[in-house]
Design a protein around this ligand. Structure first.
Ligand code: ADP
Ligand code: UDP
Length: 239
């Protein structure tokens, strides 16, 4: 029997018989406001598992190292167990969310270049922003590791912006997590789904991500189903 290691806000992580392999179970739980708002959303686990699988497979095909091994069924996948950096690595292509509120800007305001931010992953502390000097002082990662993380993150942005554009969506911003394998190599871990990024319809700017839930704008299930269908179509055109 797989042993439950961790229950997160959206996924459960299980140890498998292989010490280097974890089973991830995507749940239907949605949270906002650092967990203060939470609800069960029909099919969210399945949809995120499928979307994240497609994105990770695409990134791997393009040379990005990731933790992904395989999708097991509707809600489960196998991944390589990582020693995770407690960092949320955020890239912003368009002004939105906390970036807009922090600087008193309207969402959608143009920015001269992509914004790169890191946050220290801690629910208790509310994920405070963290800079390179803090990361080095706290021995969270070395300069080489930080450079590698940003190098991979920039490549992911350059790969996913056009993919989502082909799918009729602007990749406004997104959050990545990275971990280290037993051999010390750094891989993209966690997930890539509309729970962790902002997607705006290219024509209407309609929200097609978790903001639909955060802001009470409609059905999250319907929204994620649309994202999945569009990503599948864009990937089919790629092949
Ligand atoms: P949270 O911890 O933010 O509530 P989740 O519910 O998504 O998030 O839980 C998944 C947890 O598993 C996260 O803490 C994430 O950092 C961690 N994780 C993701 N991929 C791996 C991996 N390959 N190895 C070990 N831990 C991972
Ligand atoms: N994000 C995330 N997990 C977090 C915080 C942010 O996945 O704990 C994602 C979020 O979905 C968005 C991006 O990171 O795509 C930037 O989020 P922002 O800092 O604007 O905060 P938010 O307004 O989403 O709380």
């Amino acid at each position: 029997m797989d042993k439950l290691l961790y229950t997160g806000k959206a996924k459960k992580m299980y140890q498998t018989d292989d010490p280097q392999v974890l089973k991830v179970v995507y749940t239907n739980q949605a949270t906002a406001l650092n967990g203060k708002k939470h609800d069960q959303i029909k099919d969210k686990g399945e949809l995120n598992n499928e979307i994240s699988t497609l994105i990770f497979q695409y990134l791997m095909k393009k040379g990005i190292p990731t933790h992904f091994i395989k999708k097991l069924n509707d809600t489960e996948e196998l991944v390589k167990k990582c020693d995770m950096f407690p960092l949320e690595v955020v890239t912003r292509n368009v002004c939105a969310g906390h970036f807009a509120s922090r600087y008193g800007l309207k969402e959608g305001a143009p920015i001269a270049q992509p914004v790169e931010e890191m946050f220290y992953k801690s629910d208790e502390l509310g994920d405070p922003m963290i800079n390179t000097s803090d990361i080095l002082a706290l021995s969270i990662a070395s300069q080489d590791e930080i450079d590698k993380i940003w190098d991979l993150t920039r490549k992911v942005n350059e790969l996913l912006k056009p993919l989502f554009a082909d799918a009729g969506m602007r990749l406004v911003d997104f959050k990545l997590e990275f971990g280290k394998l037993a051999d010390g190599s750094i891989v993209l871990a966690d997930e890539f789904s509309p729970d962790n990024c902002r997607l705006w319809d290219i024509k209407t700017n309609a929200h097609m991500d978790k903001d639909v839930y955060r802001r009470g704008l409609g059905s999250l299930t319907d929204t994620y189903e649309k994202v999945l269908a569009r990503v599948k179509e864009a990937l089919a055109e790629e092949d």
